[in-house]
Design a binder for this molecule. Structure first.
Ligand code: CO8
Length: 255
Protein backbone atom coordinates (compact mmCIF):
# COMPACT_ATOMS: atom_id res chain seq x y z
CA UNK A 1 0.00 0.00 0.00
CA UNK A 2 1.32 3.44 -0.93
CA UNK A 3 -1.53 5.44 0.57
CA UNK A 4 -2.03 5.35 4.33
CA UNK A 5 -5.20 6.56 6.00
CA UNK A 6 -4.76 7.27 9.70
CA UNK A 7 -6.55 9.24 12.35
CA UNK A 8 -5.20 11.90 14.71
CA UNK A 9 -7.85 13.04 17.16
CA UNK A 10 -10.81 14.16 15.05
CA UNK A 11 -8.74 14.49 11.87
CA UNK A 12 -8.21 12.01 9.03
CA UNK A 13 -4.69 11.98 7.63
CA UNK A 14 -3.86 10.61 4.18
CA UNK A 15 -0.15 10.07 3.53
CA UNK A 16 1.25 9.26 0.09
CA UNK A 17 4.10 6.85 0.73
CA UNK A 18 6.14 5.92 -2.32
CA UNK A 19 9.32 7.59 -1.31
CA UNK A 20 11.53 5.84 -3.89
CA UNK A 21 9.59 7.79 -6.56
CA UNK A 22 9.09 10.95 -4.47
CA UNK A 23 5.48 9.85 -3.78
CA UNK A 24 4.58 10.06 -7.51
CA UNK A 25 0.99 9.31 -8.50
CA UNK A 26 1.03 5.96 -10.29
CA UNK A 27 -2.31 4.52 -11.43
CA UNK A 28 -2.23 2.23 -8.39
CA UNK A 29 -1.67 5.21 -6.07
CA UNK A 30 -4.59 7.07 -7.68
CA UNK A 31 -6.84 4.03 -7.10
CA UNK A 32 -5.73 3.80 -3.46
CA UNK A 33 -6.30 7.54 -3.08
CA UNK A 34 -9.85 7.16 -4.44
CA UNK A 35 -10.56 4.40 -1.90
CA UNK A 36 -9.09 6.50 0.92
CA UNK A 37 -11.28 9.49 -0.05
CA UNK A 38 -14.34 7.19 0.01
CA UNK A 39 -13.45 5.99 3.51
CA UNK A 40 -12.92 9.56 4.73
CA UNK A 41 -16.25 10.62 3.19
CA UNK A 42 -18.04 7.98 5.26
CA UNK A 43 -16.18 8.78 8.47
CA UNK A 44 -16.86 11.27 11.25
CA UNK A 45 -13.56 13.09 10.68
CA UNK A 46 -13.95 16.86 10.94
CA UNK A 47 -11.19 17.62 8.42
CA UNK A 48 -8.79 15.78 6.15
CA UNK A 49 -5.02 16.36 6.04
CA UNK A 50 -3.19 15.21 2.89
CA UNK A 51 0.60 14.91 2.96
CA UNK A 52 3.60 13.00 1.63
CA UNK A 53 5.85 10.58 3.51
CA UNK A 54 9.45 11.55 4.19
CA UNK A 55 11.08 14.94 4.36
CA UNK A 56 11.71 15.41 0.64
CA UNK A 57 8.46 15.34 -1.28
CA UNK A 58 4.75 15.95 -0.96
CA UNK A 59 4.33 14.42 -4.41
CA UNK A 60 6.47 14.77 -7.57
CA UNK A 61 3.47 14.44 -9.89
CA UNK A 62 2.11 11.75 -12.15
CA UNK A 63 4.41 8.76 -12.52
CA UNK A 64 6.38 9.76 -15.62
CA UNK A 65 7.61 6.19 -16.12
CA UNK A 66 3.99 5.05 -16.51
CA UNK A 67 3.11 7.86 -18.92
CA UNK A 68 5.51 6.81 -21.67
CA UNK A 69 4.22 4.66 -24.52
CA UNK A 70 0.57 5.13 -23.76
CA UNK A 71 -2.11 5.26 -26.44
CA UNK A 72 -4.14 8.46 -26.80
CA UNK A 73 -7.25 6.78 -25.45
CA UNK A 74 -5.35 5.49 -22.42
CA UNK A 75 -3.99 8.97 -21.77
CA UNK A 76 -7.44 10.55 -22.09
CA UNK A 77 -8.94 7.94 -19.77
CA UNK A 78 -6.18 8.41 -17.19
CA UNK A 79 -6.49 12.21 -17.24
CA UNK A 80 -10.25 11.92 -16.70
CA UNK A 81 -9.72 9.38 -13.91
CA UNK A 82 -7.09 11.52 -12.16
CA UNK A 83 -9.34 14.58 -12.43
CA UNK A 84 -12.25 12.63 -10.97
CA UNK A 85 -10.17 11.32 -8.07
CA UNK A 86 -8.83 14.77 -7.17
CA UNK A 87 -12.29 16.29 -7.73
CA UNK A 88 -13.60 14.00 -4.98
CA UNK A 89 -11.99 16.43 -2.50
CA UNK A 90 -14.60 19.03 -3.51
CA UNK A 91 -17.46 16.70 -2.65
CA UNK A 92 -16.22 15.50 0.74
CA UNK A 93 -18.42 16.59 3.64
CA UNK A 94 -15.33 17.98 5.38
CA UNK A 95 -12.67 20.42 4.20
CA UNK A 96 -9.11 19.36 3.45
CA UNK A 97 -5.66 20.79 4.12
CA UNK A 98 -2.64 19.88 1.98
CA UNK A 99 0.45 19.75 4.20
CA UNK A 100 3.13 20.36 1.56
CA UNK A 101 6.22 18.86 3.14
CA UNK A 102 8.62 19.19 0.17
CA UNK A 103 8.36 19.03 -3.61
CA UNK A 104 4.86 19.46 -5.04
CA UNK A 105 5.18 19.22 -8.79
CA UNK A 106 2.74 18.46 -11.59
CA UNK A 107 -0.01 16.16 -10.35
CA UNK A 108 1.35 16.70 -6.83
CA UNK A 109 0.62 20.41 -6.93
CA UNK A 110 -2.69 19.60 -8.63
CA UNK A 111 -3.57 17.37 -5.66
CA UNK A 112 -2.68 20.21 -3.29
CA UNK A 113 -4.73 22.66 -5.38
CA UNK A 114 -7.75 20.35 -5.14
CA UNK A 115 -7.57 20.54 -1.33
CA UNK A 116 -9.52 23.33 0.36
CA UNK A 117 -6.37 24.79 2.00
CA UNK A 118 -2.60 24.52 1.54
CA UNK A 119 0.20 25.00 4.05
CA UNK A 120 3.88 24.40 3.28
CA UNK A 121 7.25 23.97 4.98
CA UNK A 122 9.84 26.70 4.26
CA UNK A 123 11.82 24.37 1.95
CA UNK A 124 8.79 23.41 -0.18
CA UNK A 125 9.04 23.89 -3.92
CA UNK A 126 5.98 23.96 -6.13
CA UNK A 127 5.37 24.02 -9.86
CA UNK A 128 3.63 22.63 -12.91
CA UNK A 129 6.67 21.59 -14.98
CA UNK A 130 4.77 19.47 -17.54
CA UNK A 131 5.84 21.83 -20.36
CA UNK A 132 9.41 20.57 -19.86
CA UNK A 133 8.13 17.08 -20.73
CA UNK A 134 6.34 18.40 -23.82
CA UNK A 135 3.06 18.06 -21.92
CA UNK A 136 0.54 20.25 -20.18
CA UNK A 137 -1.09 19.68 -16.78
CA UNK A 138 -3.86 17.07 -16.86
CA UNK A 139 -5.18 16.71 -13.32
CA UNK A 140 -6.84 20.13 -13.07
CA UNK A 141 -3.82 22.44 -12.92
CA UNK A 142 -4.79 24.70 -15.84
CA UNK A 143 -8.16 25.30 -14.16
CA UNK A 144 -7.40 25.43 -10.44
CA UNK A 145 -4.06 27.29 -10.54
CA UNK A 146 -5.49 30.45 -12.22
CA UNK A 147 -8.40 30.36 -9.78
CA UNK A 148 -5.86 30.41 -6.92
CA UNK A 149 -3.23 32.85 -8.20
CA UNK A 150 -4.80 34.62 -11.19
CA UNK A 151 -4.34 34.10 -14.91
CA UNK A 152 -1.09 36.05 -15.34
CA UNK A 153 0.82 34.14 -12.68
CA UNK A 154 -0.69 30.81 -13.71
CA UNK A 155 0.33 31.38 -17.32
CA UNK A 156 3.89 32.14 -16.24
CA UNK A 157 4.11 29.10 -13.97
CA UNK A 158 2.62 26.75 -16.59
CA UNK A 159 4.20 28.08 -19.81
CA UNK A 160 7.65 28.66 -18.27
CA UNK A 161 7.42 25.59 -16.03
CA UNK A 162 8.66 27.89 -13.28
CA UNK A 163 9.23 26.57 -9.77
CA UNK A 164 7.89 28.69 -6.94
CA UNK A 165 9.39 28.58 -3.45
CA UNK A 166 7.36 28.83 -0.25
CA UNK A 167 7.78 32.58 0.29
CA UNK A 168 6.58 33.42 -3.21
CA UNK A 169 3.80 30.84 -3.00
CA UNK A 170 2.52 32.58 0.13
CA UNK A 171 2.77 36.01 -1.47
CA UNK A 172 0.79 35.03 -4.58
CA UNK A 173 -1.91 33.14 -2.67
CA UNK A 174 -0.91 29.65 -3.74
CA UNK A 175 -0.56 28.59 -0.10
CA UNK A 176 -2.17 29.90 3.08
CA UNK A 177 0.75 29.57 5.54
CA UNK A 178 4.42 28.70 5.78
CA UNK A 179 4.83 26.46 8.82
CA UNK A 180 7.74 25.28 10.92
CA UNK A 181 8.00 21.88 12.60
CA UNK A 182 5.95 18.78 11.83
CA UNK A 183 3.76 19.60 8.79
CA UNK A 184 0.96 17.24 9.90
CA UNK A 185 0.73 18.86 13.33
CA UNK A 186 0.85 22.28 11.66
CA UNK A 187 -1.98 21.25 9.32
CA UNK A 188 -4.02 19.98 12.26
CA UNK A 189 -3.42 23.25 14.06
CA UNK A 190 -4.59 25.11 10.92
CA UNK A 191 -7.66 22.85 10.65
CA UNK A 192 -8.60 23.60 14.25
CA UNK A 193 -9.27 27.13 13.01
CA UNK A 194 -12.47 25.89 11.33
CA UNK A 195 -13.15 22.33 12.49
CA UNK A 196 -15.20 23.39 15.54
CA UNK A 197 -17.88 25.00 13.37
CA UNK A 198 -20.86 23.03 12.05
CA UNK A 199 -20.08 20.82 9.05
CA UNK A 200 -23.26 21.80 7.10
CA UNK A 201 -22.43 25.52 7.28
CA UNK A 202 -18.77 24.85 6.44
CA UNK A 203 -19.81 22.80 3.41
CA UNK A 204 -22.35 25.37 2.21
CA UNK A 205 -19.84 28.22 2.58
CA UNK A 206 -17.19 26.23 0.70
CA UNK A 207 -19.63 25.38 -2.10
CA UNK A 208 -20.72 29.01 -2.43
CA UNK A 209 -17.13 30.26 -2.69
CA UNK A 210 -16.17 27.54 -5.19
CA UNK A 211 -19.14 28.42 -7.39
CA UNK A 212 -17.98 32.06 -7.53
CA UNK A 213 -15.58 31.18 -10.35
CA UNK A 214 -18.11 29.27 -12.41
CA UNK A 215 -20.98 31.71 -12.85
CA UNK A 216 -21.65 35.42 -13.49
CA UNK A 217 -22.08 37.63 -10.40
CA UNK A 218 -25.88 37.80 -10.53
CA UNK A 219 -26.11 33.99 -10.60
CA UNK A 220 -23.49 33.67 -7.90
CA UNK A 221 -25.50 35.97 -5.67
CA UNK A 222 -28.58 33.83 -6.24
CA UNK A 223 -26.59 30.71 -5.30
CA UNK A 224 -25.37 32.49 -2.17
CA UNK A 225 -28.94 33.46 -1.20
CA UNK A 226 -30.10 29.86 -1.76
CA UNK A 227 -27.25 28.32 0.26
CA UNK A 228 -27.63 30.97 2.97
CA UNK A 229 -31.29 29.97 3.25
CA UNK A 230 -30.31 26.31 3.55
CA UNK A 231 -27.84 27.18 6.32
CA UNK A 232 -30.56 29.21 8.04
CA UNK A 233 -32.75 26.08 8.27
CA UNK A 234 -30.17 24.02 10.19
CA UNK A 235 -30.29 23.29 13.92
CA UNK A 236 -26.76 24.65 14.06
CA UNK A 237 -28.01 28.07 12.94
CA UNK A 238 -30.67 28.05 15.66
CA UNK A 239 -28.01 27.02 18.19
CA UNK A 240 -25.43 29.55 16.94
CA UNK A 241 -27.79 32.50 17.10
CA UNK A 242 -29.28 31.39 20.47
CA UNK A 243 -25.78 31.01 21.92
CA UNK A 244 -24.94 34.54 20.79
CA UNK A 245 -28.05 35.97 22.47
CA UNK A 246 -27.38 33.95 25.64
CA UNK A 247 -23.70 34.98 25.65
CA UNK A 248 -22.44 31.39 25.67
CA UNK A 249 -20.34 29.18 23.41
CA UNK A 250 -22.43 27.37 20.75
CA UNK A 251 -22.61 23.55 20.70
CA UNK A 252 -22.90 22.66 17.02
CA UNK A 253 -24.34 19.21 16.21
CA UNK A 254 -23.73 19.11 12.45
CA UNK A 255 -27.42 19.24 11.61
N1 CO8 B 1 7.46 10.04 -11.73
C1 CO8 B 1 8.19 8.93 -11.55
N2 CO8 B 1 9.36 8.91 -10.83
C2 CO8 B 1 9.78 10.07 -10.32
C3 CO8 B 1 9.06 11.27 -10.48
C4 CO8 B 1 7.83 11.23 -11.22
N3 CO8 B 1 7.04 12.31 -11.39
N4 CO8 B 1 9.74 12.27 -9.87
C5 CO8 B 1 10.84 11.69 -9.33
N5 CO8 B 1 10.86 10.38 -9.60
C6 CO8 B 1 11.87 9.40 -9.21
C7 CO8 B 1 13.17 9.60 -9.99
O1 CO8 B 1 13.08 8.98 -11.23
C8 CO8 B 1 14.17 8.95 -9.07
O2 CO8 B 1 14.09 7.56 -9.21
P1 CO8 B 1 15.43 6.69 -9.48
O3 CO8 B 1 16.23 6.87 -8.23
O4 CO8 B 1 14.91 5.31 -9.67
O5 CO8 B 1 16.08 7.31 -10.66
C9 CO8 B 1 13.63 9.30 -7.67
O6 CO8 B 1 12.26 9.61 -7.86
C10 CO8 B 1 14.31 10.50 -7.04
O7 CO8 B 1 14.21 11.57 -7.95
P2 CO8 B 1 15.48 12.48 -8.36
O8 CO8 B 1 16.74 11.67 -8.31
O9 CO8 B 1 15.15 13.14 -9.66
O10 CO8 B 1 15.49 13.50 -7.16
P3 CO8 B 1 16.06 14.99 -7.19
O11 CO8 B 1 16.07 15.43 -5.78
O12 CO8 B 1 17.34 15.05 -7.93
O13 CO8 B 1 15.00 15.83 -8.03
C11 CO8 B 1 12.79 16.55 -8.62
C12 CO8 B 1 13.71 16.02 -7.51
C13 CO8 B 1 13.23 17.97 -9.00
C14 CO8 B 1 11.37 16.58 -8.04
C15 CO8 B 1 12.85 15.63 -9.85
O14 CO8 B 1 12.69 14.29 -9.42
C16 CO8 B 1 11.84 15.91 -10.89
O15 CO8 B 1 11.97 16.86 -11.64
N6 CO8 B 1 10.77 15.06 -10.98
C17 CO8 B 1 9.75 15.18 -11.98
C18 CO8 B 1 8.79 16.30 -11.63
C19 CO8 B 1 7.76 16.45 -12.75
O16 CO8 B 1 8.10 16.71 -13.89
N7 CO8 B 1 6.49 16.27 -12.39
C20 CO8 B 1 5.42 16.36 -13.35
C21 CO8 B 1 5.09 14.99 -13.85
S1 CO8 B 1 3.88 15.02 -15.14
C22 CO8 B 1 2.43 15.27 -14.34
O17 CO8 B 1 2.34 15.32 -13.12
C23 CO8 B 1 1.24 15.41 -15.21
C24 CO8 B 1 -0.06 15.19 -14.42
C25 CO8 B 1 -1.23 15.01 -15.33
C26 CO8 B 1 -1.14 13.79 -16.17
C27 CO8 B 1 -2.43 13.57 -16.86
C28 CO8 B 1 -2.40 12.48 -17.89
C29 CO8 B 1 -2.42 11.10 -17.40
Amino acid sequence: MSVHLTRQDEFAVITLDRQEALNALSSAVLCELAQAFDQVAGSDARALIVTGAGAKAFCAGADIKELTGRSLSEQRRDAAFGQAVLGRLDTLPMSSVAAINGYAFGGGLELALACTFRIAVPAAKMGLPEIKLGLIPGYGGTQRLPRAVGEARALEMILCGRTVEAEEALRIGLIHRIVDGDPIQAAISFARGFSGFGLPALRLARDAVKRAHDVPLHEGLKIEADLNTLAFQTQDAVEGMSAFMEKRKPKFQDR
